[in-house]
Design a protein around this ligand. Structure first.
Ligand code: DC
Length: 228
């Protein structure tokens, strides 16, 4: 069974997806971590300005896409390895967040990563989270959830996580939201058959319970080989 969880940064996606996977005994795939790995590798190779220059309009991300196709990315229950090196902390900096959103707009980067993601979720039970899991990576997912939350609340959550200023996070978030939603390739949109949940004012536990309930219903309705 595949549960796809998509939504913008700060919607509670990662925390909810991880907790839900633990609750259901499913494996967890953080597709955003893969875009972050590409961004980190690109910054290590060319520096942040060099990356920005390679992604300036008119967008031609060929060099970044070549780099992405050659990377070895290993994800295992929260541990992230890039070419054999543990990079969980390095991929969460504001610089990498910004570059990840930019590299994610390159069509050939997306197709390289989507192929890796599809291969991963081909077997077993998964909770996979990102922006295009329900629309592109796993359009046949048994359950698709689209999480949303008030932008100010999302910025407050992210700021608390990062120990950063909420107003700065809100401004940067607006830029990334616009880019993620307006890009030509696989923009952030809810799949037509996704269940949208507004997490503003809800606890993680409440959201997890709600989705676990939906997953049980789908499994009961014959939505997978092994239900939760
Ligand atoms: O979920 P996150 O913040 O770790 O994602 C980092 C960036 O990668 C974000 O700007 C959007 C992009 N992304 C994407 O385009 N498609 C995905 N499936 C996951 C993330």
């Amino acid at each position: 069974m595949i549960v796809a969880i998509d939504g913008p940064a700060g919607s509670g996606k990662s925390t909810v997806a991880r907790a839900l996977a633990a609750r259901l005994g499913f494996r967890y795939l953080d597709t955003g971590a893969m875009y972050r790995c590409v961004a980190l590798a690109a910054i290590e190779r060319w520096g942040a300005e060099g990356v920005a220059g390679r992604l300036a309009p008119p967008l031609d991300g060929a060099e970044i896409a070549d780099l992405a196709a050659g990377l070895q990315i290993e994800l295992d229950e929260g541990s992230v390895k890039l070419n054999g090196q543990a990079v969980e902390r390095q991929i969460r900096t504001p610089e990498v967040s910004e570059a990840a959103s930019a590299v994610a707009a390159v069509a050939d980067v997306r197709s390289a990563l989507v192929a890796m993601q599809r291969a991963l979720v081909a077997d077993g039970d998964w909770v996979a989270e990102g922006r295009d899991v329900g629309t592109v990576v796993a359009p046949d997912a048994d359950l698709k959830v689209f999480l949303v939350a008030d932008p100010a609340e999302r910025a407050r959550r992210r700021a608390a996580e990062l120990g950063a200023d909420a107003r700065t996070v809100l401004a940067e978030q607006a830029i990334r939201d616009a880019r993620d939603s307006e890009r030509e390739h696989s923009p952030l949109v809810a799949a037509p058959d996704a269940v949208t949940i507004d997490t503003t004012g809800l606890t993680i536990e409440q959201v997890v319970e709600q989705i676990a309930g939906l997953a049980c219903d789908r499994a009961g309705a014959g939505g997978g080989d092994s239900g939760p």
